[in-house]
Design a protein around this ligand. Structure first.
Ligand code: 15L
Length: 276
């Protein structure tokens, strides 16, 4: 059984992924935050903005799913430390530790300034919609460098929005169900032909803004489509909203300086309301 390091394992996507991959891989979970119920997983607390920590957690694994970092638009200092310095540290530590394969969950926000009227594929020019989006582009570029220069195998998934159900109209186009996430991640870990790839991390949504043919070429067969939730979601959607946000794929990220986590898991919601 392969040993997979998941950074950012305590986050929303990490929590879904650990549950979905349990039993398929030996998981080494890592996060800056403590992680309690880790069952059979090993947990290593680490701050990836410190190179020594990145070296420690990447040692002896077969592949890395690098989810760790700032996951929304926010202050530059946080993004710089977690998504630029932290991302560099993970790639460089992986290289020094001889780990060949890295899955980098980039984001729809690397290309969020494309209009909703346009269908884009994995070859379009980048159009980040936020500092956060720029940090994801940095990770994609770093992945390309490490693939070309050091022969690493890098699988970049431009993730939409992961959750049990889509949460609003925009997410009908970019929803990514946990089981489709797990399927795409397994392709990223197992596919023998990966050198450097960009795919979109979304389910088989009828309303997708992406031509995800590169993922399909690698064997991805999504099982879910947001369309089954469309009627209910559209019925509760309020008209109006910022015209720039509404016109572009990245939505609020195109206009806001800070964006809250759109659908935190119940435990994170509880924590946030305790703080108020
Ligand atoms: C992302 O990249 C974020 O990590 C996630 O929290 C959501 O905001 C998502 O994009 C989205 O666009 O809905």
């Amino acid at each position: 059984m392969k040993t997979i390091l998941i950074t950012g394992a305590a986050g929303d996507v990490g929590t879904h992924l650990r549950r979905e991959l349990a039993g398929k891989y030996r998981i080494r979970a890592s996060d800056l935050r403590p992680l309690k119920k880790v069952a059979q997983e090993g947990f290593m607390r680490a701050d990836i903005s410190k190179f020594a920590d990145a070296m420690k957690i990447t040692k002896g694994v077969d592949a890395i799913v690098h989810l760790g970092g700032y996951s929304v638009e926010g202050p530059w200092e946080g993004i710089l430390s977690a998504n630029i310095i932290g991302c560099y540290n993970v790639f460089e530590a992986a290289r020094r530790n001889g780990v060949k394969r890295i899955l980098f969950p980039t984001s729809n926000h690397a290309v969020g300034f494309y209009p909703r009227s346009q269908t884009i594929d994995h070859r379009v020019y980048i159009k980040p919609d936020s500092r956060y989006g720029v940090s994801k582009v940095f990770g994609e570029a770093l992945g390309s460098l490490y693939a070309d220069k050091y022969g690493m195998q890098v699988f970049c998934m431009r993730i939409g929005n992961v959750g049990p159900v889509p949460i609003d109209k925009r997410r009908l186009s970019i929803w990514f169900s946990p089981r489709d996430l797990a399927q795409l991640v397994a392709i990223g870990i197992e596919h023998p032909g990966i050198r450097f790839e960009i795919v979109y991390g979304i389910s088989g949504n009828k309303r997708a803004w992406y031509d995800n043919s590169n993922a399909f070429r690698l064997g991805y067969k999504p099982q879910d489509d947001s369309e089954v939730h469309a009627k209910e979601i559209l019925a509760r959607e309020k008209p109006g909203g910022d015209p720039v946000a509404e016109a572009h794929q990245g939505g609020l990220f195109c206009v806001a300086e800070e964006v809250p986590n759109p659908a935190p898991l119940p435990r994170a919601r509880k924590r946030a309301s305790r703080k108020k």
